[in-house]
Design a protein. Structure first.
Length: 430
């Protein structure tokens, strides 16, 4: 009986050693994957690539190692190989959402947008609850200059993760690209309330204070008519301008003309906006007349705008007009508020003179429509001399590169001449 028992013990011992060896190998492989993932977490992609490659040499069929290697290569900039590895995974596991998402993201980084869109749409159709896929699809649309589609994709992300500040920040960026600044502002404030980085969101909100041009260049030409009961005071005005948008501001050159009292005068002007400190920007205008009869010989204007709180903006400015017979100073102070798609502003103007200070107050209400480029507005101005001016305006872009502004105004007073006028302006961008 001793020999059979001894044989059984030998077999059992060998089996135990084999099991221990297999367990050790499994632990070793799990450890190598864990090390590779840890390297990915700390951004050490070179180490992660080496670890994933080593694991694949031992286990060529490992999904985790192949997927991890593809991710590490994509972050390291070796995107052709990453795409190849993702494709191998998709061939082995048709419809795999993680591999399709990974390949879609890399294709989007490579600006292969149609291929990326096909992958990402396949994921969202099969797995509509996959929030990361909607995030990637929104990124693709934003990068390929399709902000409206980006808003729709990010909205799905928001619906799936309503407490994720990154989702609101991304959608706010898309709204901003679509020039829907009211909704962009709301999303940025929501992201801030959910814990997004204050400095970064502050910069994004600040970028909405000065409304930038939609395209680098803009040109316009306008005609204005002022009519009075006494036709001798009628006036016609023309203005043409070309504006160039820069990263931190814009600059416009203008040519102006006016016909009144059977006389004609011309002027040229430069009008610039410049971003200053956080949530602040300034406007500087310099104008010089040619004949110096109807226009002031020189005119200067400076106004500084400062955003604060949730949608508030204050400004203060000064204007100086140098006519042949007199010099006039204007001082302005205003307070404005963005409320949803509304822009509301109150402004007070002070004009010092020999007989004291003349004061006028105005209230402006503007309603943005589809985008910030399309709006209707109404303004009323009350002067200390009893003068009242009412104006209405509509701006709309019939095409992304062509728009028109139509405005009308009227003034009445117990002492001044009643007048009425209109303005027509054509705008083009490129």
């Amino acid at each position: 009986m001793t020999r059979p028992l001894r044989g059984i013990q030998v077999v059992a011992g060998g089996a135990c050693c084999l099991l221990l060896a297999l367990a050790g190998q499994i632990r070793s492989e799990e450890s190598s994957l864990a090390e590779a993932r840890a390297a990915m977490e700390r951004g050490d992609y070179e180490t992660a690539i080496l670890s994933f490659r080593a694991h694949l040499e031992r286990d060529p069929a490992s999904y985790d190692a192949r997927f991890g290697l593809a991710r590490a290569l994509s972050f390291r900039g070796q995107r052709d190989e990453a795409i190849r590895l993702y494709t191998e995974l998709i061939d082995r596991h048709p419809g795999d959402p993680d591999a399709l998402l990974g390949r879609g993201r890399v294709l989007a980084w490579e600006k292969r947008y149609s291929e990326a869109e096909a992958d990402l749409l396949a994921v969202t159709r099969r797995s509509p609850g996959y929030a990361d896929a909607w995030s990637a699809l929104g990124d693709l649309y934003l990068w390929s200059d399709r902000p409206r589609e980006a808003v729709e994709s990010y909205s799905q992300w928001v619906a799936l993760r309503p407490d994720d500040p990154a989702a609101y920040e991304a959608r706010g960026h898309a709204y901003s690209s679509a020039r829907d600044f009211a909704r962009a502002r709301d999303d940025f404030y929501r992201a801030l309330a959910l814990g997004a980085d204050q400095a970064r969101i502050g910069r994004r909100i600040g970028s909405l204070n000065r409304i930038p041009g939609a395209l680098p260049w803009q040109a316009s030409i306008s005609y204005s008519f002022d009519g009075f009961a006494d036709r001798a005071f009628e006036a016609e005005s023309l203005k043409s301008s070309v504006r160039r948008e820069f990263e931190k501001g814009s600059l416009a050159l203008e040519a102006l003309g006016i016909h009144r009292f059977s006389r004609w005068d011309e002027a040229i002007a430069a009008d610039g906006f410049l971003d200053l400190w956080p949530r602040a920007y300034g406007n500087l205008r310099v104008q010089s007349a040619v004949e110096r009869v109807l226009f002031p010989r020189m005119a200067y204007g400076l106004e500084v705008f400062q955003g604060f709180g949730k949608g508030w903006e204050a400004s203060g400015g000064v204007r100086y007009l140098d006519f042949q017979s007199s010099k006039v100073d204007f001082y302005t102070a205003s307070l404005a508020r963005y409320v949803g798609n509304w822009y509301l502003r109150g402004r007070t103007t002070f004009v010092p003179g020999d007989e004291g200070v003349r004061i006028s107050n105005s209230i402006l209400a503007r309603r943005y429509l589809t985008t910030v480029d399309d709006f209707v507005q109404a303004e009323v101005n009350f002067g200390s001399d009893g003068t009242r001016t009412y104006s209405l305006g509509l701006q709309t872009f019939l095409h992304p590169r062509f728009g028109v502004f139509l405005g009308g105004d009227a003034t009445d007073s117990d002492e001044a001449r009643t007048r009425g006028g209109f303005t027509v302006e054509f705008i083009t961008r490129w």
